[in-house]
Design a protein around this ligand. Sequence first.
Ligand code: ATP
Length: 407
Amino acid sequence: MSRSPSIPDRPRLDLDPEMSPAERLSELRKHFKRLLSVNEELETRLDEATDQRSELHEKVNHLKERNEALKTAALYIATVEELTDDGNVVIKQHGNNQEVLTEVSPELEDKLESGDRVAINESFGIQQVLDDETDARAQAMEVSESPDVIYDDIGGIDDQITEVREAVEDPIENPEQFDTVGIEPPSGVLLHGPPGTGKTMLAKAVANESDATFIKMTGSELVQKFIGEGARLVRDLFSLAAEREPAVVFIDEIDAVASKRTDSKTSGDAEVQRTMMQLLSEMDGFDERGEIQLMAATNRFDMLDEALLRPGRFDRLIEVPKPNAEGRERILDIHSEEINVATDVDFADLAADLDGYSGADIESLVTEAGMFAIRDDRTTVTREDIDDAHEKLDSNETDDGVVRYRH
Ligand code: ATP
């Protein structure tokens, strides 16, 4: 805004008492003319000031409206992908992954960096740069200093426990051993097998027993809940592990982000691809990371992209199958440890009847049998309760009416 020019000087009238009347008259006429011109000048100034005032009024109203809009309108969240040389930015809206080229207001221009989260309005104008500190990281990951699972809690997969200990626990606890022999420890361990067989338990137990922080991320959640943030969260996952080492990083349902490439070119697929590329590049730069052990699990081994299984990536594959009868008996023991089971219940006989049951199924069975005993006001679980629970689980209906599918 320009500064108003100074107010013109008031014209002075100097009448000499010696003047003749004609001279006075002429002086007064001149004075009158000067007054007229000053008056004219002041009128122009007044007009200008009035214009300026209405202009400022307009601006105030506009800012008020913008302020209201900012306060009330819901804004969308996007991530800045790229800053172009001509001061525009490419943003990607979360939720639908739409990529848009948009202009940036001069106030925000210097503040933006690629990777920033921003709030945008309906016409994709960037309204705010959001704080970098986001709770998405906390939401997407489960972090535990010492998970409460030990190897003895896991039944029926003793060979797998031994293999995991060699591949994960030994490199954390005795790295010199590998140096001496001159071999590289496996860079990643992939557990594969049917659901509910104890893969997550194994990862937790190995973290616990080697005093490492357990950091878990679930592939399917990454794809469904954190659309647009996958690659960033994978980056965060590894940097969090580096902060907390020794650490066991466990990616459950890895098939959700690392399936064989499909031909479809939807933006969702592109997003999944980006997440997987980030994962691969983090794994490739992994050597220098020290005491971080990477584990993953999948129920869909057949779906995995082979790029993930190359040497230096997930190069130790461990199959975790459903337990056999002996394993089922052990799991029954584990899960009924705290439960009052009638002495005549023969677990070996029961285990033989539970063909096809996973560890998780057996846990549900025991809980369900306990519910039958409670309903009957008993403190002991009988074989009959277990048989009723067995029948009920096979028909997929649980007490609360929720259909729980047997694995
Ligand atoms: P998913 O593939 O569905 O993630 P998972 O193989 O990771 O399954 P877990 O999450 O480890 O399975 O197991 C779920 C629950 O089932 C455990 O909390 C545990 O109570 C029980 N369970 C599963 N397997 C075993 C086992 N081998 N021994 C004892 N309990 C088990």
